[in-house]
Design a protein around this ligand. Structure first.
Ligand code: C2E
Ligand code: CA
Ligand code: CA
Ligand code: CA
Length: 285
């Protein structure tokens, strides 16, 4: 069955599900959207955790929650495939809420196990961010899971943030009042500037992986990253470099005093049990 064969490669080749005609969906994609409707209630979603590492100390300062879909027929499906579908269909609201609760519960469990406190970072999609109940939903989930707000970090992409700066400022202000930490994700891809973001109550700036990839091959990119780190620090932000894969990249980031890194050089996203092991081993070594 050709459809199923294609479906098996979902995680790696998601482009093949989109036909060349703009916005037309292949039958596979339509089927996928249908089964996504039941993914939450059938408990098919899983959260992986990718450690964020402090360059100087080597300590794990946070974990980013990254959702996967364990589909019984198709195996593990990457978020790049189903998050866009979820976003378009509105399913992102229940899915996003599920991820948020799972991540808060996990962080609470780590704390209760006596592991050093860290923040758990959760991605908010554009539609989630614009949902009028977002602030109360976050507050309710923190109460339900008994996680202290300062151990939760919410990530919005640069383009989500700048789509309507006044609106963004309002929502972030309310979240910040609650004690939640706030991050700009994929920084550098939204064609904004740090000066436009300076009015937002942010804690963390995540430099997009596309910059890190060119860091050691394009000297102009190195200059840009250095400028982002310098300016970001002057604005009181923590800087995280995304997608660090090579020692040379790390060396450069260290030389410009970037605080944190996330990337395969240290850890890939890990299932919760593996992430727990990593935290436990760190503590005893
Ligand atoms: P993101 O938020 O920018 O997450 C970082 C992505 O980069 C993750 O892909 C991570 O596995 C990958 N990554 C980290 N380090 C490296 C590296 O060294 N090399 C390479 N090649 N990749 C690295 P993932 O888990 O497939 O997630 C992709 C995107 O899907 C995320 O990008 C985020 O936009 C979205 N996503 C994931 N989980 C959620 C979620 O729960 N809610 C929402 N709204 N979006 C999510
Ligand atoms: Ca992210
Ligand atoms: Ca990112
Ligand atoms: Ca990204």
């Amino acid at each position: 069955d050709a459809a199923l064969y294609h479906a098996k490669d979902l995680g790696r080749n998601n482009y093949q599900f989109y036909t060349t005609t703009l916005s037309a969906k292949t039958p596979e994609l339509l089927n996928l959207e249908k089964s996504l409707r039941y993914a939450v209630e059938r408990e098919e979603l899983i959260v992986y955790y990718q450690p964020r590492v402090n360059i100087l100390t080597g300590q794990i300062t946070g974990m980013e929650a990254l959702v996967r879909w364990q589909n019984p027929e198709m195996g593990l499906i990457a978020p790049n495939v189903f998050i866009p579908l979820a976003e378009e269909s509105g399913l992102i609201i229940p899915i996003g809420e599920w991820v948020l609760r799972a991540a808060c519960l996990q962080n609470k469990a780590w704390q209760q196990a006596g592991l050093p406190p860290l923040t758990v970072a959760v991605n908010l999609s554009p539609k989630q961010f614009r949902q009028s109940t977002l602030v109360e939903d976050v507050a309710r989930i923190l109460t339900e899971t008994e996680l202290d707000a300062r151990f939760l970090e919410l990530e919005i992409t640069e383009s989500t943030a700048i789509a309507d700066l006044e609106f963004t400022r309002n929502v972030l202000h309310n979240l910040e009042q609650m004690g939640v930490h706030l991050s700009i994700d994929d920084f550098g891809t939204g064609h904004s500037s740090l000066s436009r973001l300076q009015l937002l109550p942010l804690h963390n700036l995540k430099i997009d992986r596309s910059f890190i990839q060119e860091l050691t091959t394009d000297v102009r990119v190195a200059h840009i990253v250095k400028a982002i780190v310098t300016l970001g620090r002057n604005l009181g932000l923590r800087l995280t470099a995304e997608g660090v894969e090579k020692q040379e990249e790390l060396d450069f980031l260290k030389s410009i005093h970037c605080e944190d890194v996330q990337g395969y050089l240290f850890y890939k996203p890990l299932p919760a049990e593996k992430a727990t092991e990593v935290l436990q081993n760190k503590q005893t070594s």
